[in-house]
Design a protein around this ligand. Structure first.
Ligand SMILES: [Zn+2]
Ligand SMILES: [Zn+2]
Length: 366
């Protein structure tokens, strides 16, 4: 069938929105009619060439839609199911899955990191007959996508697709870091560096956990008001004074929990944590990035430094939990969406994200 998709041909180029030929789903695969898809910094890492991906490739890895056709042997989903497209499925059998760390399962890494189906081949061709890859095996920046059934997480039909799409990456990454990994406690003080889609999700998670004071830190003044909507109690402009201001707001100690959702302020976050506090790195920097942490301080002040990948989530459980909490009005995921676009506006959506001044941009399909 013919589909419309946003294709990257070369690093640093604009995406081309064009018509592709999409094969029917094969063994174990399903056809998804995309409802909505988010625009995430990880997509931009592919545009810059920071994340290695064979091109041309349809980008997008935050999506939700409806199953409209199933291939042979599909048993886990049916036509009509609403699903979040999950770029990190897990096998349930390996060492990490057995130990409750399903987000560390590597069973699906070969197709996901190469941008193919499970059998190592692709289902899309451009008008010149050239193979086109599927980012993260799900290629959500398209009105239709063929994916393996294992990449589907069924959700209830009362969850709007735009909300569901964000749960597929940014929301789970942020909320899960607060709830699953750092395990923010009621009444605690929390500082969050970076108030983009992931940082605002950390704030939502900390608020849900009952944190007493949540300090948002961002370089864009406009983020002050936005972060308050998600439960931040204070806003600090990023810069040399930010650490002092966090200390002033926490009786001179520093915050109990500090989250890094920018990807380059790890040292500042380490300093902003109180003695005995926890620093949680969430924003993923370029490969090979190091951070010069003061080791004697780490030891004498007993700071804990942790990383959280994809919200340390069990994503089948957590996708549905976060969707339910949104529908119940307890997790305002819908308010993250400050900008809406058509697929044809994909380059504008990326540019808006890079200004650092918006919440989350979402592409919707009719
Ligand atoms: Zn993402
Ligand atoms: Zn596994």
């Amino acid at each position: 069938m013919k589909i419309e998709a946003a294709v990257l041909y070369h690093p640093h180029e604009k995406l081309r929105v064009e018509t592709l030929e999409l094969d029917s789903p094969k063994q174990g695969e399903v056809l998804i009619k995309m409802g909505a898809t988010g625009v995430c910094h990880s997509d931009y890492h592919v545009v810059t060439g920071d994340a290695k991906q064979t091109l041309p490739c349809v980008l997008g890895h935050e999506g939700a839609g409806e199953v409209v056709e199933v291939g042979e042997g599909v048993t886990k989903v049916s036509v009509g199911d609403h699903v979040i497209l999950n770029w990190l499925p897990f096998c349930g059998l390996c060492f990490y899955c057995q130990h409750g760390q399903t987000n560390l399962c590597t069973a699906y890494h070969p197709p996901v990191w190469s941008g193919t189906m499970m059998d190592g081949t692709v289902r899309m061709k451009n008008q010149a007959g050239q193979d086109v890859y599927h980012l993260s095996s799900i290629a959500t920046w398209a009105n239709y996508s063929v994916i393996h059934e294992d990449f589907c997480v069924i959700i209830k039909k009362d969850v709007p697709f735009d909300v569901a799409s964000l749960v597929g990456c940014g929301v789970t990454t942020g909320v899960g870091a607060a709830l699953n990994k750092a395990r923010v406690t009621p009444g605690s003080t929390v500082a969050v560096y970076g108030a983009g889609g992931v940082g605002l999700s950390v704030i939502m998670g900390a608020n849900l956990a009952g944190a007493g004071r949540i300090i948002a830190v961002d370089r864009a003044e406009a983020k002050g008001e936005i972060s308050m909507q998600f439960g931040a109690t204070d806003f600090v402009l990023a810069g040399p004074d930010a650490i002092d201001q966090i200390r002033q707001l926490t009786d001179g100690r520093g915050a109990d929990y500090v989250f890094e959702a920018v990807g380059k302020l790890q040292v500042d976050c380490f300093e902003a944590a109180r003695p005995g506090g926890t620093v949680c790195f969430v924003g993923i920097p370029s490969a090979g990035t190091t951070a010069a942490l003061d080791v004697p301080v780490l030891i004498r002040q007993e700071k804990t430094v942790i990383g959280s990948f994809y919200g340390s989530a069990h994503n089948v459980r957590d996708f549905n939990l976060y969707c339910d909490l949104c529908v119940d009005g307890r997790l305002p995921i819908d308010q993250l969406i400050t900008h809406r676009y058509s697929l044809g506006q994909i380059n504008e959506a990326i540019d808006d994200m890079l200004t650092g001044e918006i919440g989350r941009g979402v592409i919707t399909f009719t």
